[in-house]
Each structure stands twice: as structure tokens, then as C-alpha cells.
Design a protein around this ligand. Structure first.
Ligand code: AP5
Ligand code: MG
Length: 192
């Protein structure tokens, strides 16, 4: 099994690239953002509780997303491993993920970090707002808050993973095809 984190600020292209990479490398793509939005769409109690937090661009509590991943962690049947997108988002979530993987004889094999400048992120998310219907894309202040929350709470994971030799920065600006090639090149070195 081989397990990747696809990492980067809001709008860096994690979701766009994950769909294609998961197919190419036969990985199970797990996006906690997609799972949470599915809860909201389905009108579950959890979805109702989380929707306000998400619409402000704040992080939902660690235990909520850790539990979501915990129920999926034994679903790799027929897959080469996991591609985690938008999870972990705090160091506490990273430690919890490592524990879940280690208990199953697995580990985080690489962290691919999409590097995209601030103005490009904002441009992409504002452009998406109309299409996505995502409340967190609609208000430029919420977009800025999402980026601030990433810098403050999520970026420290890069330091944590760097110390373990897992950090792989990737230029996330350019065409979707070119970025895919850059990511796939790094992943090919790990997936044998
Ligand atoms: P989440 O769903 O993870 O959203 P996010 O990180 O804010 O980022 P996005 O999904 O908006 O961006 P992306 O990097 O996937 O880029 P995409 O490919 O879509 O989280 C949402 C919320 O859920 C959080 O704020 C939080 O409340 C909660 N949450 C989720 N996980 C959590 C966790 N683990 N812990 C706590 N809370 C959690 O691309 C963006 C746009 O750009 C698209 O329109 C795309 O078409 C376009 N695009 C992509 N690539 C390019 C390119 N190369 N050139 C031009 N445009 C491009
Ligand atoms: Mg996404």
C-alpha cells in the first residue's frame, strides 16, 4: 500500500488533480471537504452542525474528520492505497492519521504540496463561486479567512512532515495538464 497526501491552500487544485491521480495510480481518493458537503446535501445532523463552520471558512473539529477517515481506513480493497485530499489539516489530525495507518502496517509515503500564490488562489475561487454554489466561495472575506486558516493551522504540517523526509513541493501554477504531469512524475518514483 502507498499513501499520499495532496496538500495546498484552498484553490490550489487538490481536488482537480486528485481525481485524475487517483485514477492513474489506482488510489482511493478521500476528500474530507467532499464528505462534509455530502453530509450537508443529505441533510444529516452532522451536516447541519458543520455547515455554519464551513460557510465561515473555519475548520470543523478534529474529531469529526478523524472519525470520517477512521470509517474509511479499511476500504482499500482492490486499491493500491489512499490519496488524502484536504486531510489532515492540523498537526493533531496528522498524528491521528499516522496512528491509524501504522496500526495497519502502513504509513504516509509522501506529501505533495501544491505551491500557488495568493492572488491566483483568490482568482480561481472567485471564478468558481458561480458554478460551485459553495457558500465558502461566495464571499471574498471568507476566501481570505480560508487562506489565513490554512497558513495558521494547516501549514505547520509541512514542517512536521519535512522532518520525516516526506515533503515534496510542486509548482501548482500553469495548465491543469502540466501540473498533473509534475505530480505524477513524483508519485511514479514511489508507486512501483
Ligand atoms: P475543502 O473542500 O478541502 O476545501 P479547500 O481546501 O478550501 O479547497 P478547495 O476544495 O476549494 O480547493 P482545491 O485545492 O481542492 O482546488 P480545486 O481543485 O477545487 O474544505 C472545505 C471546508 O471543509 C473547510 O474550510 C473546512 O471548514 C472543512 N474541512 C474539510 N476538511 C477538513 C479537515 N480535514 N479538518 C477540518 N475541517 C475540514 O480548484 C479550485 C478551482 O480552481 C476550481 O474551479 C478549478 O477548476 C480551478 N483550477 C484548478 N487547477 C487550476 C489551474 N491549474 N489553473 C486554473 N484553474 C485551476
Ligand atoms: Mg477541494
Amino acid at each position: 500500500m502507498v499513501n499520499f497526501l495532496i496538500f495546498g491552500p484552498p484553490g490550489s487544485g487538490k481536488g482537480t488533480q486528485s481525481v485524475r491521480l487517483a485514477e492513474k495510480f489506482n488510489l482511493l481518493h478521500l476528500s474530507t471537504g467532499d464528505m462534509l458537503r455530502a453530509e450537508i446535501t443529505a441533510g444529516t445532523d452532522l451536516g447541519k452542525k458543520m455547515s455554519l463552520i464551513m460557510s465561515k471558512g473555519e475548520l470543523v473539529p478534529d474529531e469529526v474528520v478523524i472519525e470520517m477517515i477512521a470509517v474509511k481506513i479499511d476500504s482499500t480493497k482492490g486499491k493500491a492505497g489512499f490519496l488524502f485530499d484536504g486531510f489532515p489539516r492540523t498537526v493533531a489530525q496528522t498524528v491521528a492519521l499516522e496512528k491509524m495507518l501504522n496500526e495497519r502496517g502502513m504509513k504516509i509515503d509522501s506529501m505533495l504540496v501544491l505551491d500557488v500564490d495568493h492572488d491566483e488562489l483568490v482568482k480561481r475561487l472567485i471564478a468558481r463561486a458561480e458554478l460551485s454554489g459553495r457558500p465558502d466561495d461566495k464571499d471574498p472575506k471568507v476566501i481570505e479567512n480560508r487562506i489565513d486558516v490554512y497558513r495558521e493551522k494547516t501549514e505547520p504540517i509541512i514542517d512536521y512532515c519535512s522532518k520525516k523526509g516526506l515533503y515534496q513541493p510542486v509548482n501548482g501554477v500553469g495548465s491543469i495538464d502540466d501540473i498533473f504531469v509534475r505530480l505524477a512524475e513524483h508519485m511514479s518514483k514511489i508507486v512501483r
